[in-house]
Design a protein around this ligand. Structure first.
Ligand code: SIN
Length: 176
């Protein structure tokens, strides 16, 4: 195969940061986006961590995002960059992406699983929104991160309950 695919569901959707040949709107089946990963390196600090996206396994669910095809010759450099950027708890994971055009292919995505030290499983939309409202890190405000994910989902025409509920709560806190 002359290419590999990288699937992004968080910042990789708007800022891949690596060279790619083309990109496709895709979903991965059996996964769902959650803001259960604390960020002290991108969207928060160690004293005031923010929240960023990870994905959890969930039967019959889909997580929509963007898949990028990368030339084999760029594979090493791409993973060096992404492994560095996603080092706080994320691991490369192989899965299958399905394009909105209907075909499927193997891809690699970064998953921050329950065994990493930054994982913070939390069902309360309120506490996630409270934490993200004020957090800020080297990559910018945590609020902006959530807003950019919402922007991508709107662009793809995708509605996600968890993400929308956090965004609504966050807006209510920060716009009054
Ligand atoms: C991703 O974008 O796919 C991983 C999580 C992130 O960097 O926001």
């Amino acid at each position: 195969m002359s290419e590999i695919w990288v699937f992004g569901y968080g910042s990789i959707m708007w800022n891949p940061g690596f060279r790619y040949k083309k990109k496709e709107t895709c979903f991965i089946k059996g996964w769902e986006r959650r803001f259960w990963q604390e960020s002290s390196d991108h969207r928060g600090t160690s004293s005031k961590p923010g929240r960023v996206a990870t994905i959890i396994r969930k039967k019959n669910s889909r997580c929509w995002g963007i898949a990028y095809s990368v030339a084999k010759s760029d594979e090493k450099e791409t993973f060096q960059r992404l492994d560095g950027r996603e080092r706080n708890g994320y691991e490369r994971t192989e899965t299958i992406a399905t394009s909105s055009l209907g075909y499927s292919f193997e891809c690699v995505t970064y998953v921050a699983g329950p065994n990493n030290r930054y994982y913070s499983e939390e069902d309360s939309v309120h506490s996630i929104a409270r934490q993200t409202a004020r957090a800020r890190g080297p990559s910018g405000a945590n609020r902006e991160y959530i807003m950019l994910i919402i922007r991508e989902l709107r662009r793809l025409g995708v509605y996600e309950r968890h993400t929308e509920a956090i965004w609504k709560n966050l807006k209510d806190r920060t716009e009054s």
